[in-house]
Design a protein around this ligand. Structure first.
Ligand SMILES: *Cc1c(COP(=O)(O)O)cnc(C)c1O
Length: 401
């Protein structure tokens, strides 16, 4: 670490609110799966800005689309028509099988806020003013603003900020009986991540998602899938629910939507798509022409480079390599995930230490709590990069004993 790094880190700590304990790396450049720090040192990125740069860093097609639109028109608000926005909505609907309508915002938490407002309005119109309950999962993560935080099933992120929004109940993931019992006449929606991300990479069981769909249909309740992290080809299909064959009524997107620029989307189909009227919801920036151009370029490249297929294939390779490593060393006790959304449960409570050691060895990876390493590489990852990860894990976990 050079002097420039230490000066920068001191300035950073002195002038930011204390919301992040940043890791010791000052990244200045990226290219595909590679990142470079201020000393010119190369890193392999197995986190992709928390599942955001699915195309890899500095993708030229996105850069060019953004630059061209920046020179043309940046912002006029949602009060007027602009280029790219409707094309983006149409493209997302087609990717999701058709019949969807979109609302664009700037982040995942905003997409979830929009979903909460939409399903509450739908529920009240359907069954009266007390029909605003939302059933979500324990250990889920839906965002940091009050509605999305209330939906989140993690007391550690909520307790300091109570009271939260009323109407949320949380059930154990993959417990069908618990879901049956939690959905009442006052429930307007069930909200699930098909693959939980921030909670530690826990996929829903296929029969659980199918049961959630059945329960929602039987009781006239909307099914919302939060695809902010698992969507956009990360698990192999455009949306994770397509891999399960269970279509929701409402879904939220963000993270990878514009390959690193802030973008979120709320999509609804069926009667849910008719719930909002002009004035009900809005966003000054959402769906602006620069972001929409970036998102269209991102979706185009994800498809033309067949990165869903690659995510499915390399995801298998990554999971198998981590499992083999676990069997050989006893240091990893469980590997979970779908596609390139992978969690490795460690034998010891040293995930933060291991992630720090990986960074020292030139690998960027995530840690959830003390037990879980999380890998969300760009979808361009290949077998050579997976080998370098497992070689580095060998060096690092060997040294940690
Ligand atoms: C990251 C995430 C969010 C919140 O997204 P932000 O853009 O950070 O607001 C919501 N839901 C899920 C599933 C996420 O992974």
């Amino acid at each position: 670490m050079g002097e420039r790094f230490h000066t920068h880190a001191a300035l950073d700590a002195a002038c930011h609110l204390s919301t992040y304990a940043r890791k010791p790396a000052l990244f200045v450049r990226g290219d595909g799966m590679r990142l470079y720090d201020d000393d010119g040192r190369e890193y392999l990125d197995f986190l992709a800005g928390i599942g955001v740069v699915n195309l890899g860093h500095a993708h030229p097609v996105v850069a060019e689309a953004v630059a061209a639109q920046m020179h043309r028109l940046v912002h006029v608000s949602n009060l007027y028509y602009v280029e790219h926005r409707a094309e983006l909505a149409e493209r997302l609907s087609a990717l999701a099988g058709g019949g969807w309508k979109a609302f664009f915002c700037n982040s995942g938490t905003e997409a979830v806020e929009g979903a909460i407002k939409l399903v509450r309005k739908w529920g009240k119109a359907r069954r009266g003013p007390s029909c605003f309950g939302i059933v979500a999962a324990e250990r889920s993560f839906h965002g940091r603003t009050f509605g999305a935080l209330s939906a989140t099933g993690q007391a550690s992120k909520q307790d300091a900020f109570a009271p939260l929004l009323p109407g949320f109940t949380h059930v154990a993931l993959n417990d069908i009986d618990a879901l049956e019992a939690a959905v009442t006449a006052e429930t307007c929606a069930v909200l699930l991540e098909p693959v939980q991300g921030e909670g530690g990479v826990y996929p829903c069981n296929p029969d659980y998602l199918a049961a959630a769909r059945r329960i929602c249909d039987e009781r006239d309740v909307l099914l919302i899938f939060d695809e902010v992290q698992c969507g956009l080809f990360r698990t192999g299909t455009a949306f994770a629910w397509q891999g399960y064959g269970v279509r929701p009524d409402v879904m939220t997107l963000a993270k990878a939507l514009a390959n690193g620029l802030p973008a979120g989307a709320l999509l609804a189909s069926g009667t849910a798509a008719e719930a909002f009227a002009p004035g009900d919801h809005g966003s000054t920036f959402g769906g602006g022409p620069v972001i929409a151009a970036a998102a269209l370029a991102t979706l185009g490249a994800l498809e033309s480079e067949a990165l869903g297929k690659n995510a499915a294939r390399i995801g298998e390779v990554l999971q198998a390599s981590l499992r083999a490593f676990g069997t050989r060393t006893g240091r990893i006790v469980e590997v979970r995930g779908r596609g390139l959304m992978v969690g490795a449960e460690l034998a010891e409570s040293n995930a933060q230490q291991i992630a720090a050691a990986l960074l020292e060895h030139g690998i960027v990876a995530g840690a959830v709590g003390e037990r879980i390493l999380r890998f969300l590489p760009p979808l361009v990852a290949g077998e050579a990069e997976v080998s370098r990860l497992t070689d580095t894990l060998d060096a690092v976990l060997g040294a940690a004993s």
